[in-house]
Design a binder for this molecule. Structure first.
Ligand SMILES: *[C@@H]1O[C@H](CO)[C@@H](O)[C@H](O)[C@H]1NC(C)=O
Ligand SMILES: *[C@@H]1O[C@H](CO)[C@@H](O)[C@H](O)[C@H]1NC(C)=O
Ligand SMILES: *[C@@H]1O[C@H](CO)[C@@H](O)[C@H](O)[C@H]1NC(C)=O
Ligand SMILES: *[C@@H]1O[C@H](CO)[C@@H](O)[C@H](O)[C@H]1NC(C)=O
Ligand SMILES: *[C@@H]1O[C@H](CO)[C@@H](O)[C@H](O)[C@H]1NC(C)=O
Ligand SMILES: [Zn+2]
Length: 327
């Protein structure tokens, strides 16, 4: 046997050995129920370290989450990543960081800037709802992170791809795609089948179109598992039930409500249309679902109470810009 062939064989055997031994990362998710607004936090656990995606709105929920993380892994939590600018995904993160010293905290640069711009107002608002002692008053700001992926130490063969800036229930969201296990952590681009979606940021038709484009892109990735941004139960994350619910909800919104033009329906009519089309949701275990539907109905209904927005969402009216990724 020539040396060349022998070396080649050795290399193939070692490549085989690595592919058998190397275990991909795994994902565990936690639903922050009740005051956590049913937001889903996910931990990506590797061979040497772990990281967390999305941090609760209250200190109480952050403490609960920290306890759960310590129970499911003894790997050090080296980083946290917030998917988008909504406060239910970052506001009391600092309280969790107290339990995991040395953690690095990130968001994509646009979301980081948006959070920087509105955190103080969100602290004030949510302190009024949940109490100042249950909301971190001095928000820790995420550092801008704009690599297209990251890898945990020892798990370079299971990279986590960061898909951003994409439109979900607001602008500039990051979705987390892990091809090694066919898992997509969808942030608020996919909502659990048991919830009404947060529509109040979709101030233009282009934003709705762009959210739908994100959802269609997700379908082309063919994920085996989709972790939604909100759900009442994490019992069975598969690739289609929450996805189908989100798609149907957005299509219904676009075709039956938004297409009629602003102020066409009253708030009560919007409320009734959505609860009729998606029956049974209001009796789910979510404590906040009614409020979420109410805000949607009021924000778009004639004479309704408008949601205060700190991002200039009405200016996002050009889908070629929002879907700049679609060449
Ligand atoms: C669901 O959440 C519970 C805690 O709420 C957790 O123990 C469990 O691992 C989660 N399941 C999945 C599939 O992520
Ligand atoms: C707020 O947090 C920053 C960063 O952790 C810290 O430097 C600053 O002293 C804190 N300010 C207050 C008023 O606690
Ligand atoms: C989701 O929708 C697709 C396409 O309409 C369908 O084939 C699939 O069965 C649906 N999945 C569920 C769980 O309803
Ligand atoms: C939303 O909630 C407010 C406060 O409870 C209520 O006055 C209003 O009628 C509700 N709107 C709808 C459309 O249900
Ligand atoms: C889109 O928004 C920009 C900035 O607010 C405005 O100047 C423009 O007229 C809008 N275009 C359409 C088609 O609404
Ligand atoms: Zn959210």
């Amino acid at each position: 046997m020539s040396l060349n062939i022998f070396v080649h064989m050795l290399l193939s055997i070692s490549a085989l050995a690595v592919s058998i031994v190397a275990k991909p990362v795994r994902v565990e998710s936690y639903v922050n129920t009740d005051e956590g607004l049913d937001m889903v936090s996910s931990v990506v656990i590797g061979s040497e370290a772990a990281m967390i995606i999305d941090l609760p709105i209250t200190i109480g929920k952050a403490k609960e989450l920290a306890t759960w993380i310590k129970a499911i892994t003894d790997r050090p939590l080296v980083a946290a990543f917030t998917s988008h600018n909504h406060p239910d995904h970052y506001l009391s993160g600092a309280s969790l960081f107290d339990e995991f010293p040395g953690i690095q905290y990130y968001a994509n640069s646009r979301a980081a800037k948006e959070i920087q711009g509105e955190a103080a107002m969100k602290v004030e608002y949510w302190s009024g709802i949940y109490g100042a002692d249950n909301v971190v008053q001095n928000t820790t700001m995420p550092m801008a992170y704009d690599f297209g992926f990251f890898a945990l130490p020892g798990d370079e063969d299971s990279p986590v791809y960061l898909l951003n800036p994409l439109t979900g229930d607001t602008i500039d969201e990051t979705l987390f795609w892990i091809p090694a296990i066919g898992t997509l952590i969808a942030a608020d681009s996919v909502w659990g089948r048991d919830l009404h979606l947060w529509m109040a940021d979709l101030l233009t038709r282009a934003l709705t179109e762009s959210w739908l484009a994100t959802v269609e892109f997700i379908s082309d990735l063919k994920p085996l598992t989709i972790v939604p941004g909100h759900t009442v139960s994490n019992a069975s994350f598969d690739g289609s039930q929450d996805f189908n619910h989100t798609y149907a909800y957005l299509k219904f919104w676009q075709e039956q409500i938004e297409s009629r033009g602003p102020d066409y329906f009253t708030p009560t009519e919007i409320f009734d249309k959505l609860s009729f089309e998606f029956p049974g949701l209001l009796t789910s275990n979510s404590r906040t679902i009614l409020n979420r539907l109410n805000i949607t109905a009021e924000n778009f209904g004639r004479g309704g109470k408008r949601q205060v927005h700190y991002q200039p969402l009405a200016t996002f009216n050009d889908s070629t810009v929002l879907e700049g990724w679609l060449w």
